[in-house]
Write a protein that binds this ligand. Structure first.
Ligand SMILES: *Cc1c(COP(=O)(O)O)cnc(C)c1O
Length: 419
């Protein structure tokens, strides 16, 4: 027999930036019996989640839900609105942006890659992987595109490989300032439910997202929030699309069903996640992630190690990347921390392999789980011989003690009364 519970006693610390730790409430909701996806109970579930999911994207337009990982929803976004050979302007903020670029090439599009090319002291080979999207560069490029060959601008909202959150409203402004008709396509797979995202107000044409990051679900469902303009474009776009085609799904979704078998139990989980997130209010949820992120950054600063994001105005509320001193193998540090303390950290991806690791602060976490994460990392760094300036544990404890959460410990008495 293959033993699948590898972990010793206590909770495993899943501090990678997705999949995030799933609240017990959601796991229990998912353990309901699998039902007939053409029956009346399913229709009620479908109408509930389809009716509420727009609030998370801040949209009144359709949100398509796929039984697929985020990568599937990336493909759906491109295949629904693009035609073979189309030019797309794709900004490289990190590994996930470059994977989307690779996919566009595989689908027969012609991506034009844009990246920040300044000087970087710590990572001279990857300056663009430490900063957000430079909207002025996009505006300048679009102004030069007098023939309007660029059909879409693709950007990643929260770059999960680096811990940088780009200003999407600024990208919208740049497109408008250039008077360019390109679609705005945004990957918010890890931003959604952690960082503010306004699909309608920011004029996004397609927002791509996934279940296993800020929504606190296991992997397995993903999303395309669309605009009316994107729907119009999809009617004449010529890349082949069948499973991903919006038209059939949006039509059948009107009654709460799907054209094929949806991910029934994950949708129970989504319903529960919506109750939790909307019940708390998005602003409370965003403030919680900002506060956690500030606590974790206080720890990294106390260690005296550089943060992957070099621009304090775009620090991610979802995760923090930590750059290792020259000569220290970040993956060896991660391995030691995993083996000694049952704590999983995110690895450096692509150009950052071995140079940094990522600390996730999302999902079913709280102040004490994050203090414990920092303690595990601090022990691991010391055991690996990394010289630290000070104690990150002291710093994060101090930060949380001095900055009480607005949400914890404040019980609304009116909610305790039985009506
Ligand atoms: C996780 C992630 C992806 C990939 O999603 P999968 O579910 O692994 O297919 C893409 N982009 C970003 C920004 C992500 O965080």
């Amino acid at each position: 027999m293959l033993q699948l519970d590898f972990h010793p006693t206590g909770r495993h610390f899943l501090q990678i930036p997705g999949p995030s730790p799933v609240p017990d409430r959601i796991l229990r909701a998912m353990s309901l019996p699998t039902i007939d996806h053409r029956g009346p109970e399913f229709g009620a579930l479908g109408r509930k989640v389809l009716g509420e999911i727009g609030q998370i994207f801040k949209t009144r337009q359709p949100v398509v839900i796929y039984p697929a990982s985020g990568t599937g929803a990336w493909e759906a976004a491109l295949t629904n609105v693009m035609s073979p050979g189309d030019h797309v302007l794709m900004y490289e903020t990190g590994h996930f942006a470059s994977l989307w670029i690779k996919m566009a090439t595989r689908l027969g599009l012609q991506p034009e890659v844009m990246a920040y090319e300044g000087i970087d002291k710590h990572l001279p080979h990857a300056p663009s992987w430490r900063r957000g999207v430079q909207a002025d560069m996009i505006e300048a490029r679009l102004r030069k595109d007098t023939e309007r060959r660029i059909k879409a601008v693709c950007v990643v909202h929260n770059e999960t490989s680096t811990g940088v959150t780009s200003d999407i409203a600024a990208v919208r402004k740049a497109i408008d300032a250039a008077g360019h008709p390109a679609l705005l396509m945004v990957d918010s797979i890890s931003g959604l439910g952690c960082a503010n995202l306004e699909h309608d107000a920011w004029g996004i044409d397609v927002t791509v997202s996934g279940s296993q990051k800020g929504l606190m679900l296991p992997p397995g469902i993903s999303f395309n929030a669309v605009s009316q303009k994107a729907i119009e474009v999809s009617k004449t776009a010529r890349l082949p699309k069948a499973f991903w085609a919006w038209d059939e799904i949006i039509e059948v979704n009107k009654s709460g069903y799907w054209p094929y078998t949806p991910n029934t139990n994950l949708l129970y989980g989504l319903s529960e996640a919506l109750d939790m997130i909307l019940g708390q209010g998005l602003d409370v949820v965003f403030a919680r992630h900002q506060r956690w992120a500030a606590g974790v950054r206080a720890a990294v600063n106390a260690w005296g190690l550089p943060i992957q994001c070099a621009d304090a105005s775009v620090y991610s509320p979802v995760l923090t990347g930590v750059i290792m001193p020259e000569g220290v193998d970040a993956d060896a540090v991660r391995k030691l921390i995993y083996e000694r303390f049952d704590l999983s950290l995110g690895q450096g991806l692509g150009k950052l392999r071995g140079r940094m690791f990522r600390l996730g602060h999302l999902g079913d976490s709280n102040d004490l789980t994050l203090v414990a994460m920092v303690a595990g990392v601090e022990m691991g760094l010391k055991l690996s011989g990394v010289a630290l300036e000070g104690s990150g544990v002291e710093a994060i404890m101090g930060h949380f003690a001095d900055n009480p959460s607005q949400a914890v410990g404040q019980i609304d008495e009116s909610r305790l009364r039985v009506a």
